[in-house]
Structures are given as C-alpha cells and as structure tokens.
Ligand binder design. Sequence first.
Ligand code: AMP
Length: 398
Amino acid sequence: MKVLVINCGSSSLKYQLIDTDKDTVMAKGLCERIGIDGSNFEYKRDGHDKTQKLVEMKDHKDAVSIVINTLTDKEAGVVGSLDEIDAVGHRVVHGGERFNKAVLINDEVIKAIEDVSDLAPLHNPGALIGIRACMELMPSLPHAAVFDTAFHQTMGPEAYLYAIPREYYEKYKIRRYGFHGTSHAYVSERTAKVLGRDISGLKTVVCHLGNGASISAVKNGKCVDTSMGLTPLEGLIMGTRSGDIDPAVITFLMRKENLTGEQVLDILNKKSGVLGMTGISSDFRDIAKAAAEGNETAEITLEAYARRVAKYIGAYAAAMNGIDAIAFTAGIGENHAGIRKRVCNYLGFLGVELDDDANENGSDERVISSGGSAPAVLVIPTNEELSIALQTLKLIDK
Ligand code: AMP
C-alpha cells in the first residue's frame, strides 16, 4: 500500500510517499516559502540525489499540484498515476479533547479542527489549508487526520488537570494535552517489540529529545502522563524553549524589561532553552563541542538538560509504580550518546546500568543497558511519517 504523508505549515509543506508493505520512503521533499517570493521545491526519490528548484507557489494548491505532478512525472516520478496511491495522511498538531485517534476527514472533522485552532494558532490553520488543497486536488482518495495530541488523550484528570480554578478548564479547556504523540506511540510499540514483550504489562518512559523535546509515561501501551502541556512550551529544556519555569517569571520580566506578555512568551519559545542558556546555539552538536573545549556554561547546560530529563523519569517511576524500559528517540535521543549517559548517571537508584559500548556504537534500534539492568534502556529511532501512514491505512477498508 502507498500513503502520501503531508505535514503542512502556514508557508511550508513537507511530504513523503511511503510504501507501507516495504516500510520504505519512495520519495520525499519540501515546499518552502509558499505564498512568499522565492518559493523553493525540494524532491528526493529513493536511490537518487536530492533536487531543488525555485518554482512560484502562490498558495498551497500550487504546492500540492507540484508535488502530485512530480510524483507522477514520467521521468522523475515514482508512480504512474494518482490511482497507485491508496490514501493521504495529514499531520495535525492539535486535536483538543475531541480526537483520541486518527480519523478520516469530512466536513464535520474540518469544522472540529477549526474549533480547536485557538489552542494551536500557529499550527492548526496551516494544516487545514493543506488538507483543503489536497482534498480539492485528490478528491478520489481517502484523507486522514493524525493528531499529535491523540495518543495522550488516555491520560486521566489527575495527570492532565492544572491546579488552577476549575472554571478555566470548563470554559476554555485549559489542561495538559501533550504533543509528539505519534512518536511516543510508535516508540513505545517498537520498545515492546525489541524487548520481545507484550506491550500490555510494560511500563515504558519514552524520551523524545529533538529540537522540541517531551517525555511520556506509557503503561500497558497507553499514555498516563506527559511533559508538554496546553502548548509545547512546558516540560523539558529544549533547543529554544524554556520548558518548566515559575510562571511568575513572566510578569517579573514584563515589569523589568517593559515587555508585553506575548513578547515574553516569544522569548520563552524562541530565545530560551539551551540557546538562551549558552548564547551559543540551539544545536547540541555545537554545545557539546563547546563543552569539550572547556566552556563551563555549555557544560552546565548539558548537565541541566540531562538532570531535567532524569527528574521526569524519576517522577514517572512514581506515577507508574516502577519502570520496565526507558527509550531514547529523536535527534538528540538517537544520536547523542553523551546526553544518554548523563541522564542514566542519575538513575542508578532505579537499577539502571548502561552498556557503554552499546550506548556509544550503533545507529539502529538497540538495547543500550547491560543484561542485569532493570529497567532496560533502549535507543529507538522514531519514524513519525511511517506511523502516520500506518494509522491512515488502519482507517481505510482495503
Ligand atoms: P530533531 O528535532 O529530532 O530533528 O532533532 C534535532 C536536534 O538533534 C538538533 O538540534 C541537534 O541538536 C540534535 N542532533 C542531531 N544529530 C546529532 C548528533 N549526531 N549528535 C548530537 N546531536 C544531534
């Protein structure tokens, strides 16, 4: 089966055509600067070099047309016609409380995604534009919406309610939602497979450490807690986001620096995290290099980052009454052995013992703890697009 996976922002569109029988990406790419001068189209088909060209894309319909024309092109394409594609899966960031799983898109679903857009004003409107453009240009295909928040909808109120007046939850649905759900779902399933265990009966902590970072507690295959909240700002220290802070910092900064609330939020979202702490970069490779060269601030930042991750793991051990597995994923989780080591250094009290050789060598799914370690520690490369494709296929009766 072949599924076209679309991840659409307000001025960009990422796409992948996935062959789910072979778990392979037939072609993928990116449309950038849609509706802005200098639109760029990127295309890479399996076994060939990436190509890039400037093409005018005045709106998302133009972008989707170029994607379709390229995928079906006689020379450069990977399918003969659209008939060879079985479905389209759309990534949607926020599904609110309404969506606890992926759904086939119809008018009612579009309306419901619109209704929760004020919870994700930077993301959901872009996804809707992409959905409308794709449905118009590929009307004969089934289209599915796959939500970043859906996997976390199994959390109970003891995990998702904030300790603020209840009326704000009732009036505005202010609560913890959690994000990266597709990744947390995929990685927790793979963890069970790699360990040869049934997912029911397994308590896993998934550490999704990328530019955005979140951590979740997954018990019997269901999310019971997660670190991101109403928005993706809460929780771990991230590339440019602060994660947890005392909310009083916001009004303090507003007064001292004569800023608006929105301006402080912008600082917490875009100028904080490891970028703000070091003043060097949001990229861990740069920070690790600076730390190795003796930069003390970079060293403290790496330790603070790892300590925050470890504190959440400790909290989730309490929330689940124990942990069987800890899985690291995403850019930093998959590639940065030093951060994994620093996190695990805090976890001896749980019985964690890292196998340094397995931690430092290898790029695939693997166990990186020693035989006697309880819990097991793993590296599981995430694959959000494949997960979106598989969830999409589950919805169509073929
Ligand atoms: P993601 O958002 O999952 O793409 O992760 C992006 C982040 O992963 C980057 O900002 C880097 O800090 C980090 N990263 C990627 N590759 C490496 C690597 N080889 N070593 C250390 N960090 C890496």
